[in-house]
Design a protein around this ligand. Structure first.
Ligand SMILES: NC(=O)CC(=O)C(=O)O
Length: 296
């Protein structure tokens, strides 16, 4: 059975709770990923524990952390969610470390379909959320990069948010970052943080990675975390790296370079309320006008 768990964690099932937290410590693990799946998973687990030792409460992994990133690999590395070996390892690591794990992405097999899927585990190892990449990475930049995820992957069709310590968090995967509408829907569902496991490349990374993170943070006045695999210059797809954390003022508050490393930082959630109060675009939108024009 590999039904999407999204329904089970859909925001409408959350009871309203009055929990006031100022923030928490987040760790973004820029993992070195190679062809050995068991080794990739073991090193993710070991980094989760190290992040916990540094005080992290929420730990995030990169896109495609158990497999090289490439359409020719997805079928071979795919597993069912949540019964596959990678999910079981993440669930166990989250429970043993007692942290929330945003489990990067893995190629997910569901019947005859494959998805690029992020799973989220709470500190007791329970599956909190499952997001399937909604916008597939199909681009063609002549002489630079051509990629067509849709040759092998199916697209997700759900917005995914979950609650951690009273904070609503949204998940997007890599190319999803380019779509402001999706970030807007997650913000409308109450998110204060959006986490994007992603693997931009040597063409689009330097141009758009930080720009898009800051754009989404600025549009929606929330925290944005991007988690990339480390760069392997010998891989078929060379990731940009540069995992990054952007605050609700759109400041790049911390980032890594291209090497394997972990970014650990405190998230001050009071900044979300601060910027939203001081620049109140959320209540100034002229949807009355936009809607009229849109209908013409
Ligand atoms: N790999 C992706 O999904 C997205 C990407 O690299 C880009 O948008 O650029």
């Amino acid at each position: 059975m590999c039904e999407s768990a999204t329904d089970a964690v859909h925001p409408r099932f959350f009871k309203k709770r009055e929990i006031h937290v100022k923030g928490f410590k987040i760790a973004l693990i820029q993992l070195a990923v190679g062809p050995d799946k068991a080794k990739n998973v073991a090193s993710a687990v070991s980094e989760i524990h190290k992040a916990k030792d540094k005080g992290a409460q929420l730990v995030a992994l990169p896109e495609c952390f158990n497999s090289p990133y490439g359409t020719k690999y997805f079928d071979e590395y795919a597993e069912e969610v949540p019964s596959g070996a990678t999910c079981r390892a993440l669930s166990k690591a989250a429970a043993e470390a007692g942290v929330c794990v945003v489990g990067g992405t893995v190629p997910e097999r569901c019947g005859d379909k494959l998805y690029n899927t992020c799973t989220v585990w709470d500190g007791s190892g329970k599956l909190l959320a499952q997001h399937r990449k909604m916008h597939l990475f199909d681009i063609d930049i002549p002489n630079k990069i051509t990629f067509k995820e849709s040759e092998v992957l199916s697209a997700g069709d759900q917005i995914t948010t979950f609650e951690y310590q009273g904070v609503k968090i949204g998940i997007g995967i890599c190319y999803d970052l380019r779509f402001p509408e999706m970030a807007h829907l997650m913000a409308k569902q109450g998110c204060s943080l959006l986490v994007y496991p992603g693997a931009f490349n040597m063409t689009t990374g330097p141009k758009h990675w930080e720009l898009l993170a800051r754009a989404r943070a600025n549009d929606e006045q929330l925290w944005v975390a991007l988690v990339s695999p480390a760069r392997d210059p010998d891989a078929g797809y060379v990731a940009w790296g540069h995992s990054a954390l952007v605050d609700p003022w759109a400041n790049l508050v911390a980032h890594l370079d291209h090497r394997p490393d972990t970014l650990v930082a405190d998230l001050d959630l009071s900044l979300v309320e601060e910027v939203r109060k001081q620049i109140p675009i959320r209540v100034q939108r002229r949807t009355d006008i936009y809607d009229t024009i849109h209908k013409k």
